[in-house]
Design a protein around this ligand. Sequence first.
Ligand SMILES: Cc1cc2nc3c(=O)[nH]c(=O)nc-3n(C[C@H](O)[C@H](O)[C@H](O)COP(=O)(O)O)c2cc1C
Length: 318
Amino acid sequence: MSRETRKSFIIKTAAAAAALSIPGAGLFSEEKPRPAMKFGKPKKALVVWYSQTGHTRRIGRIIARAWERKGLKVTTADYREIDAAAAPSYDIIAVGSPVYYLDVPGNLMEWISSVPAIDGIPVAAFVTFGGKGDNQHNTACAILEALAGKGGVPAGMGLFGNMSTYAPTWSMGNESRILKFRNLPDGETYARARACAADILGTVRRGTPFPAEMRFEAGTIFRHLPQIAGTRFLIGEHRVDRTRCIQCLRCEKGCPVQAIHPGEGSVERKKCILCMGCVNNCPADAVAMTFLGRKVYGFREFLRRNNIEIAEPEELAD
Ligand SMILES: Cc1cc2nc3c(=O)[nH]c(=O)nc-3n(C[C@H](O)[C@H](O)[C@H](O)COP(=O)(O)O)c2cc1C
């Protein structure tokens, strides 16, 4: 099969699979009437994210700062520090996520599913992703869809590309795939984040919902495959090397599913969702993981080996 034919085959198959698995192929359920957007002058905003290596957190903080500068009172934190029950008390809610395995990480989706009714509250999504890939748009739509399921009304979304943090890529010798984007995030990324914050606010002031529509992309079909199980199959060892561990507990605190126990040197493999947070954030290279027999090393170490320092946005420098 020629390259072009193969590409169009994948796209067609993806469209067929998506049409089968997403009823009506539209983003939002038309079964119950959608609430109208509560619009006007918002006063209180919630900016919440999931972020293992800081890319999504940076964008979330820029959005929060931009809104603060417009006079809003903004609550901003990792989703684990925010009580979902408080969501209805905000005038705008923005939720940020990395794309993991072509989708929204399940742990963040679980938090969204615990949000009570937020009828009419404008909602936005911001997503960071690694390199080219696919499905970033649909990942943002999936967040909006989940929030719309709670009664939220889409007010915008932003997609921000940067270096991927999927540690097996560089650990397997494909550093160049990541290093292509070594300059990202950059000033332009941060300017787009500020513009995204302004656009969302403009939408809320006008009260015209943001037209979020899932797209059928080549990656759509892969999104329906067991991505995490595939990676799990290729991982050999996954434990904490107690001879290297400095007991900083960063891995334990960052693990979204409480699967890692540095005190015992163990990882509950069945619980683990392979976010790579433990490997990526360990300052002592003490998380022993192998992928196809090769040692996996983390994002901190990748940045160090390649002499990369991520430029912080100016408003977050203080
Ligand atoms: C486990 C894992 C899976 C990933 N899967 C994808 C993916 O499917 N598509 C993509 O574009 N990027 C993928 N990435 C890259 C991340 O989306 C990207 O680096 C993101 O900005 C990380 O955000 P964070 O620093 O806030 O965690 C993946 C990264 C990890 C660690």
